[in-house]
Write a protein that binds this ligand. Structure first.
Ligand code: ADP
Ligand code: MG
Ligand code: MG
Length: 502
């Protein structure tokens, strides 16, 4: 090689190695000295003020805009979001999903923080908020009486009264009206229980628990108007259709939805305590909801309760044994439910056998349940983990609550996020031409109580009970029935419609 080209090559190599700052002229700062801002006036006049070009596309432009934003306390929300999005780009595919979800949550928080400021103030001065007040007037000021409903057939019988199908006259929405006979409630001192059920229900909004829509009174009864569940209860489906038990896909689906329902209740510190097939109801699409919250209790600050409460045969050992207990009792209940759906009979009881309560309790405390050949390895494992007699060892009670149950291999195929969103198609759809409950004449008539008189203390209790429409359920009723869409019109070009001008 010629000496010339060797020199040229090594000069290039050295310059390359130095790269960047080492190759700068010693006069570099002088060369890049900023002009006085007065020299930029022309530029300022003529530069195109395009946000995207100036603040997003041009790299230095972007950096300066960012620095500007960082200097503004009111813009910190956006900055943290931009930072997160930038970090997202550098994540691996596996990391992205979880990270993306956290960004969306942060984004929503920030968005609502922003909207709750000036925007919220402006909204309250707009015609849209006037309209909101008009809708709310119905909820708060319109008294609810039996005249608001049409009554259809008897659906079932409860401890204090009957449950009837009913329909709201104004909207056409179907509901189930659970009536509590005032005299029965009083005679059996059921006031606390009735109020407890009503108050717990009105504080819930879950697609896996029946919703309360209205609470009102008639001369003889207190009424809770609940989500209509026309598909019958699981007791009926397990025992009255075909051979006892349900196929594996239905067991999995109902178990998964009940599990989500329990998680919702437990998140609100509510222990349900009455899990059994007859309290799990199907709607007309085949989704389930937990119903009958008469025995539910709110546990404040993770405190435990005591009390032999529940239904014989479904109570957990710690409940029977007079111990203090918490959410563990419900995970036992889920074990019983999955067992019964699979086997066609509850654990520790032979088909058609009706042992005395004391015998059932003895078995629950001391005997091991048996798993026949209807149980796959996975269902057996799930049931026996839930039916662990030691609440501390039980699945669902080992530290991470319901997620432990959801992570069991039996639920591997279940997408719980989709399930929570109501996007999983039920494996069985009730036949709309069938009525899934006992014939009206087979439901025992409700006997009246004699010799009970109602007085002022009763009226005080009633007034706590009859709070009328439950806002969220009522608003959903308006939307689902199309009444909202049809009535919520405004005058031309967004002006208030004539009847709104007040
Ligand atoms: P209780 O607390 O007195 O046991 P339930 O709430 O269990 O009363 O209701 C009694 C019966 O009424 C149930 O077994 C069921 O047949 C029927 N029922 C209750 N709620 C509904 C509902 N939301 N939709 C349809 N039927 C219902
Ligand atoms: Mg019941
Ligand atoms: Mg009840």
């Amino acid at each position: 090689m010629e000496i010339d080209s060797m020199v040229a090559n090594s000069a290039l190599i050295r310059a390359r190695e130095g790269g960047g700052s080492k190759g700068r002229s010693w006069k570099w700062k002088e060369m890049l000295r900023f002009p006085h801002i007065s020299q930029c006036m022309d530029l300022a006049m003529n530069i195109e003020r395009d946000y995207y070009s100036l603040c997003v596309k041009q790299p230095i432009g972007k950096k300066l805009f960012e620095l500007f934003c960082r200097s503004r306390p009111e813009l910190q929300n956006y900055i943290s979001l931009l930072d997160a999005l930038e970090a997202f780009d550098s994540k691996s595919d596996e990391q992205r999903k979880e990270f993306g979800v956290s960004i969306i949550q942060r984004f929503l928080r920030n968005l609502h923080k922003y909207l709750s400021g000036e925007t919220f103030i402006q909204y309250q001065e707009s015609m849209f908020f006037d309209r909101f007040l008009q809708w709310n007037w119905f909820i708060c000021l319109q008294p609810i009486t039996k005249h608001a409903f049409r009554q259809y057939r008897l659906l079932g019988k409860g401890g204090f009264g009957e449950v009837w199908a009913c329909q709201v006259r104004a909207t056409g929405m179907m509901y189930a009206c659970k009536k509590l006979e005032k005299t029965h409630v009083k005679k059996r001192k059921g006031e606390g229980m009735a109020l407890n059920e009503k108050q717990i229900l009105e504080g819930l909004d879950s697609r896996f628990v029946v919703n309360l829509a209205y609470a009102y009174e008639t001369k003889h009864a207190l009424c809770m108007v609940l989500t209509m569940m026309s598909g019958g209860d699981l007791k009926y489906h397990i025992h009255n259709i075909g051979s006892p038990g349900l196929d594996k896909e239905r067991v999995r689906f109902y178990a998964a939805e009940v599990c989500c329902g329990l998680i919702h209740l437990h998140q609100k510190s509510i222990l349900y305590r009455d899990l059994k097939p007859e309290n799990i109801l199907l709607d007309d699409n085949g989704h389930i909801r937990i119903s009958d919250l008469g025995l539910a209790v709110r546990l404040t600050d993770g405190q435990l309760v005591r009390g032999r409460v529940g239904t014989v045969g479904y109570m957990a050992p710690e409940v029977i044994g007079h111990k203090h207990y918490g959410m563990s009792a419900d995970w036992w209940g889920l074990g019983c439910l999955i067992y019964e759906m699979t086997a066609g009979q509850p654990p520790l009881r032979a088909r058609g056998e009706h042992p005395k309560p004391s015998e059932m309790e003895r078995r629950i405390l001391t005997e091991q349940e048996e798993y026949g050949d209807k149980f796959s390895k996975q269902v057996k494992d799930l049931c026996s983990s839930l039916l662990n007699k030691d609440p501390a060892q039980r699945l669902g009670c080992r530290g991470s609550g319901g997620t432990e149950v959801q992570s069991h291999p039996f639920f591997e195929k279940v997408n719980f996020r989709m399930l929570e969103a109501g996007l999983v198609e039920p494996p069985f759809k009730p036949d709309p031409r069938l009525v899934y409950c006992s014939d009206v004449q087979d439901i025992e008539e409700f006997s009246s109580v004699k010799g009970v008189t109602l007085d002022q203390t009763d009226s005080n209790f009633y007034s706590q009970f009859i709070t009328g429409s439950v806002p969220i359920t009522w608003q959903n009723e308006m939307i689902e029935t199309g009444c909202f869409r049809e009535l919520n019109t405004f005058g031309p070009e967004g002006s208030r419609s004539p009847d709104l001008d007040w």
